[in-house]
Design a protein around this ligand. Structure first.
Ligand SMILES: [Zn+2]
Ligand SMILES: [Zn+2]
Length: 201
């Protein structure tokens, strides 16, 4: 995959510009990118180590008139992006997250991102190129998604955490996925299930 083909949200500068400088919410960024869910925005934000906003700042995202507002142009763009997208049904888990967040209880140790008080759970040091290369080699530089026959061709595939816990870097929790399947697994419960059940849904 060349730089030009890399989706915008997978570029650190772009994502940081939208999230940090323009203060767009992950939902808004997902909409701008034509994604149905903000999961991959969260994923890449985490991966780039871009810190999340505090809860009160995040509330501002949901109520933009509290404290700040987007430019008219940005609003128009976001509105257009949202209208263009058929929002899929939210998973029960997603709805629960949202409602808990709205009630202001999604804090502290109830938050899956809780990291002993550290501002953000980034990938630990052991999840490095050396480990990734070992997994790539173990998986024969091929996507391990059931039925996929893609092989790395000049660009490294992604090493995915099956349990989505970046701290669990045991070999058995890591698997090599092509970029398309990696994205699908993070965007879709169906793909996630398919991967975890080794193809049987
Ligand atoms: Zn992953
Ligand atoms: Zn694949």
């Amino acid at each position: 995959m060349t730089v030009a083909e890399t989706p915008l949200y997978q570029r650190r500068e772009w994502l940081s510009q939208k999230y940090v400088s323009e203060r767009l919410s992950c939902d808004a960024i997902a909409a701008l990118c034509g994604l149905r869910s903000h999961v991959s925005i969260l994923y890449w934000k985490k991966r780039f180590g871009i810190p999340s906003r505090t809860l009160s700042e995040a509330r501002g995202d949901r109520a933009p008139m509290l404290g700040r507002h987007h430019s008219a142009e940005a609003k128009e763009k976001i509105g257009r992006a949202f209208r263009g997208i058929k929002r899929g049904p939210q998973s029960a888990e997603h709805k629960r997250h949202l409602s808990e967040a709205v009630r202001g209880r999604w804090t502290g140790q109830k938050n899956p991102n809780w990291n002993n008080g550290a501002s953000y759970a980034v990938y630990p040091r052991e999840f490095n190129n050396e480990l990734r290369d070992k997994i790539r080699n173990r998986d024969n530089y091929s996507c391990q998604f059931p039925g996929c026959d893609r092989r790395e061709n000049g660009h490294k595939f992604h090493v995915h955490h099956l349990d989505e816990n970046p701290k669990n870097n045991q070999r058995g929790n890591l698997i090599l996925l092509c970029l398309a399947h990696h994205r699908s697994v993070h965007n879709s419960e169906v793909y996630k299930k398919k991967l975890l059940n080794k193809g049987e849904v």
